[in-house]
Design a protein around this ligand. Structure first.
Ligand code: ADP
Ligand code: MG
Ligand code: MG
Length: 198
């Protein structure tokens, strides 16, 4: 059973995970981007913590809204509006929701988030973006198959892909051989969620 308490604990853990992995994420963004993904995400999640303390959201939907606004206003890079629209869609989809009682329900919720990312960024599976983690995670949640290994596998698969969207796509074939930074930050997001399932 996931209530507002678990959602908030998850996002607080994610803030910590981003802070701890900030350098790693920026290093992933160096060969195929501009080396700022860790800093971008850390700025966004720090802003979330600040706004969270100031606004003290009491519901799942309000919590997602605080996160979405923080990411849109502070991240700066391409990833900000993309994560921001994911969590804006989660805000809408979780209106009136006080608890999430199944992984299937959580999968449906994240599917609206994935739709937000794709509506904004137009990436499909295989384009070497965060979509390559979000999409399998949605499917795995629906089939009660989300695990540490499956999340890591989805992230790892971006290594052999050629980027078709975002900065990395400017490199063409030279983008092959590197893990996508947005896939890595998304893997951290869902790894942080695992302890709160069941
Ligand atoms: P920027 O590229 O503007 O510096 P970041 O480094 O913060 O932004 O984020 C880069 C990440 O954003 C990529 O690794 C990728 O996962 C994601 N991304 C970029 N463009 C798209 C897109 N069109 N659709 C989905 N994700 C994207
Ligand atoms: Mg970047
Ligand atoms: Mg940038």
């Amino acid at each position: 059973l996931v209530t507002v308490k678990e959602i908030q604990a998850w996002l607080s853990d994610y803030t910590e995970a981003i802070e701890k992995n900030k350098d790693y994420l920026s290093e992933l963004d160096t060969p195929i981007g501009d080396g700022d993904h860790g800093n971008n995400m850390n700025r966004g999640m720090s802003e979330y913590q600040k706004a969270f303390e100031a606004k003290q959201p009491q519901t799942i939907t309000e919590t997602f809204k605080v996160l979405s606004m923080a990411l849109i206003s502070k991240v700066g890079g391409a990833s900000g509006p993309l994560y921001g629209s994911a969590f804006m869609n989660l805000t809408k989809a979780s209106k009136d929701l006080t608890e999430i009682t199944s992984e299937k329900q959580l999968g449906d919720l994240f599917e609206t988030g994935l739709s937000g990312i794709q509506a904004r960024g137009k990436a499909v599976a295989g384009d070497k973006t965060m979509v390559d983690v979000w999409q399998p995670v949605v499917e795995q949640l629906k089939h009660s198959d989300l695990s540490k290994n499956n999340i890591e596998a989805a992230k790892g698969q971006t290594k052999d892909m050629q980027a078709k969207k975002g900065r990395a796509s400017y490199l063409g074939e030279r983008s092959i051989g590197h893990i996508d930074p947005g896939a890595a930050s998304s893997a951290l997001l869902f790894q942080s969620l695992l302890p709160y399932l069941n």
